[in-house]
Design a protein around this ligand. Sequence first.
Ligand code: HEC
Length: 156
Amino acid sequence: MLHFRLSKPILLATLALTYSITCYATPSKADYKSFQPSPDQPYYFEDGKVDFGTYNGFRRYHADCHVCHGPAGLGSSYAPALIESLKVMSWGDFVNVVISGREGRDNMIMPSFAKNVDIVTNLSDIYAYLKARADGVIGANRPAKFPKVKKLIADK
Ligand code: HEC
């Protein structure tokens, strides 16, 4: 068991930075190599393939979220279909629910993932995956992917 504690404000600031840093470096969206995710465009899709981050989101989702939210974000009798939620939910609201957790109707619990490093550090990828699902860009199966792009300091 990994012990990892951060205060909530620091955590939220960290998550906000996930995007704000990369925004400055946004060149063109010419291809997957120059793609920089943002809350407005969290995933890249071309020729049936997604960027590596979105693929990573698929894997993370199916490691920790699908037990309650169903395969591919389709929902279950216990928890809502996230492919529907993400049609209207902002990045900020998404982060808030996953970090803080929530108690819903009939005492059904959305647990807080604030102490789960695997989720906290991959939250923008999970969001990207679910957003691509919500937009109908990818189906329920494992998506095909572009290779991982190494982010080099020399690129900036
Ligand atoms: C133990 C079961 C469980 C797990 C695991 C779980 N959730 Fe949930 N989640 C719920 C329930 C139940 C709700 C509905 C709570 C409510 O009604 O307010 C919910 C709600 C949500 C919502 C809000 C949906 C909406 O329409 O408002 C989001 C976003 C969400 N979960 C994301 C995630 C993500 C991402 C993961 C994986 C990291 C995850 N959940 C894992 C049970 C779970």
